[in-house]
Design a protein around this ligand. Structure first.
Ligand SMILES: Cc1ncc(COP(=O)(O)O)c(C=O)c1O
Length: 432
């Protein structure tokens, strides 16, 4: 099958694929259709080169050397901070380099709770869409500080129940911590509306932006959230690169997350005082090469243009979801209005465990993700233990989607005996 007619775009994916060494790896013995970028993206050569260049020309520890290399490393690290802040249109004083979204959300939960911002009479609101990294850090703090946690429920199609959200965004809620885009259903949450509702009630908002930044321009000044977490490795940046951005006045009043070198002003055995932002939250030796690589990834994305990228990816998603919907043995999860499925789509082959689907796809050289996707509460809502998930990125082609179709037809042939005539169950039926 070829791309849908509406998918005409000036985006030159053949050229883009040349930028990604792993997609042109001559040592591979079979083709690769990488449909697992929601787990981690592949990295363009410019990112790898920036990191290597840092190690060859500027490697030293930062913020402490009086020598030339120490200055060079510090300058590249701080340049990276400003570059990533500019990418997000955010104040660089509030930009903390962390390893990933998980660490960023742990930093927020710990920093607020330890400083006394969450007491036993308070409530934290999450949603049923959340990744475990936006559930477990709050539960860890709850075990010490005793506050309540509640989750905004979902409508049967997986979108947020906004009437329920409105009720929860009121006293005693102190914090709303919520995803911008679901890693399972591809649903984009109505974040502007939620932030406005929360702020009217004096509630702080932390956003899990892990799945949003790879697919759409995020402008933090415009969004006006209080905290924003993201992983660089899903954004064509290196493993070990991530960001927590927070409003500087909030970060200043929060407790540090990790203690040690670099994050202090003075230390005595009686009392320690903290460094200014952002160092207060960057204890120990940072991963300078990861920060430098993430800055190079921002350059790379800006060189492509988000608009062209969004258009191209939406043509891929249209093709992908239409293909899945056309196969009678597949159940797709998410809104009936398929245009609301962005970046990633979840599905199951009727009667076949997602792990078997993933294994057979792999035999065809098609990499998809299978399992609970670190979203067990959402799996419970869907009434399934696991799903298969295909996700797109700038280097995915329409041929990759055709390869997935072939692999899924093979799954159907292998499991022909267990695939009954298709009768999609509604989420309510599955719960019964
Ligand atoms: C929505 C969402 N939040 C958080 C995470 C955690 O990201 P990381 O493993 O980089 O910390 C993921 C990873 O898949 C995710 O998809």
């Amino acid at each position: 099958m070829t791309a849908p007619a509406s998918a005409t775009t000036p985006f030159d994916v053949t050229e883009i694929r040349k930028d990604f060494p792993i997609l042109n790896d001559a040592s591979r013995t079979r083709p690769l259709s990488y449909l697992d970028s929601a787990a981690t993206s592949q990295k363009p050569a410019v990112v790898l080169k920036a990191m290597q260049d840092y190690y060859i020309h500027a490697n030293a520890n930062v913020h402490r050397g009086v020598h030339e290399l120490g200055d060079a490393a510090t300058s590249r690290f701080e340049h990276a901070r400003h570059r990533v802040a500019r990418f997000l249109n955010a104040d660089p004083r509030g930009l903390i380099f962390v390893r990933n979204t998980t660490e960023a959300l742990n930093l927020v939960a710990t920093g607020i709770a330890r400083q006394g911002g969450l007491m036993s009479s308070d409530r934290v609101v999450l949603s049923v869409l959340e990744h475990h990294s936006n559930i477990v850090p709050w539960q860890l703090e709850r075990s010490t500080h005793g506050f309540a946690i509640e989750a905004i429920p979902l409508l049967p199609d997986g979108s947020l129940d906004m009437a329920a959200a409105r009720k929860l965004l009121a006293p005693p809620t102190k914090i709303l911590s919520i995803t911008y885009q679901s890693n399972v259903l591809g649903i984009v949450t109505p974040l502007r509306e939620l932030i406005d509702m929360a702020h009217e009630a004096g509630i702080l908002v932390a956003v899990d932006g892990a799945q949003r930044v790879p697919h759409a321009r995020v402008d933090l000044k415009e969004l006006n959230c209080d905290f924003f977490a993201m992983s660089g490795h899903k954004l064509y940046g290196p493993m070990g690169s991530g960001v927590l951005w927070g409003k500087p006045e909030l970060l200043s009043s929060m407790s540090p997350f990790l203690g040690g070198g670099s994050m202090i002003d003075t230390v005595t055995f009686e009392r320690t005082t903290w460094a200014e932002l952002p160092q207060k939250f960057e204890a120990g030796t940072p991963d300078v090469a990861a920060a430098v690589g993430l800055a190079a990834a921002c350059d790379y994305i800006d060189s492509l243009s988000y608009e062209a990228m969004e258009n191209y990816e939406s043509s891929l998603m249209q093709h992908l979801v239409q293909m899945l919907d056309s196969l009678p043995f597949i159940e797709v999860y998410g809104p009936e209005d398929r245009t609301q499925i962005v970046g990633a789509v979840s599905f199951n082959v009727q009667g076949v465990h997602a792990h078997d689907v993933g294994t057979i796809c792999d035999r065809h050289g098609v990499a998809i993700r299978v399992g609970h996707h670190c979203c067990q509460p959402l799996m419970r809502h869907l009434g399934v233990p696991a799903t298969a998930r295909a996700s797109v990125a700038v280097y995915v082609t329409h041929d990759d989607i055709d390869a997935l179709q072939e692999a899924l037809e093979d799954v159907a042939a292998i499991f022909a005996r267990v695939i009954a005539p298709y009768s999609p169950a509604t989420p309510e039926h599955r719960h019964a």
